[in-house]
Design a binder for this molecule. Sequence first.
Ligand code: ADP
Length: 402
Amino acid sequence: MLRVGLSGGIGSGKSTVSARLTELGAHVVDADRVAREVVEPGTPALAAIRDRFGADVITDGALDRPALGRIVFADQQARRDLEAITHPAIAARTANLMAAVQATDPAGVLVHDVPLLVELGTSAEYHLVLGVHAPVEERVRRLVADRGMAEADARARIAAQADDDARRRASDVILDNTGTREELVDAIDRLWRERLVPFARNLATGQRAPRPASVRLVDPDPTWPEEAERLLGRIGGALGAAAATLDHIGSTAVPVAATDVIDLQLGVEELAVADDPAVIAALAAAGFPRVPGVDRDNPKDGAPWPKRFHGSSDPGRVVHLHVREVGSPGWRRALLFRDALRADAGTREEYVALKRSILAADAGWDSCLTAKEPRFDAVHDRIEEWALATGWSPSAAVGGSA
Ligand code: ADP
């Protein structure tokens, strides 16, 4: 089951997206509704609220939200006490709803509609996060015209929520709802067909998404590092302590012109960890299935540089996840390559020129850049010289596990 997080500021069109995804066949779990359900009359959470806050917050057996609101908005400890009651109840009910979908439609798409996903920082809990965007002035206009909200109220609510930049960083896909409703629906339908449905199917079968037929260089994209951060968060969350190091590596980490592949490196204490069936299964469930048959780098010194290799089930994002032993030559070189290219413009240019000449001759994956590694020997010599001259060491370069 594909877990999709859906977020959007008030008035952005999130409800419209959620409704369309439901029509297309997604199973939507609405976080606001769950939050209301867990405090309905007769629930343990409502009883606990009554015990803590007194009978004044209950009217006719139901929660009196304005009365409770007056208490918790004025008193931080009261708010923490309320959250200690509601959060576990919400988490348990959400987990139940998700488990029910997993049981009935394991190859389906589950959409968790969470208005505050960005503020909560929970992107790593999903395979993919969708953010809905509309310009602030348009959102104010819609909220006033369609929902009868006072303009000042609409502006205050928008200002209290995550801004566009934070939403973009948390989202794998931004649905732009600046235009008409029909344009939004078209974009959702396309996303459903081209990305969500095949992603869900690949996850259910533990398969990698097919990569584009040909490889070409694209200009550096400033959002690559943010994208890598989200992916690394998911891998770290899936593996826990089995992940000793997690890093964005390769051209997109520098960044320089690249083939639009996010290269990631997972460092393990020994390769036996990577071959643990539980680790392989956890990575596949997170959307990064093992690619069999890729078990070494092309070494520069003639010795084998063993590794494991995982791809991505997401047809919208090519990922190469290299799993190497911490401290091994291949692990070290990946980090050094990134840091040296970041630091040295001359090496960067030499490397990109070489890539361009290789790709101009042949743009197929089978003979893609890693297979041409001997041609990069001069670049690697230059990088090693840089490491010596600067005293570079990998321990300062790695990211820990999430
Ligand atoms: P949210 O759930 O993000 O608060 P809604 O989906 O309820 O936002 O949209 C806010 C209001 O704007 C609703 O009345 C909705 O019908 C309207 N709306 C949504 N998208 C568009 C659009 N593209 N053009 C015009 N109105 C829209």
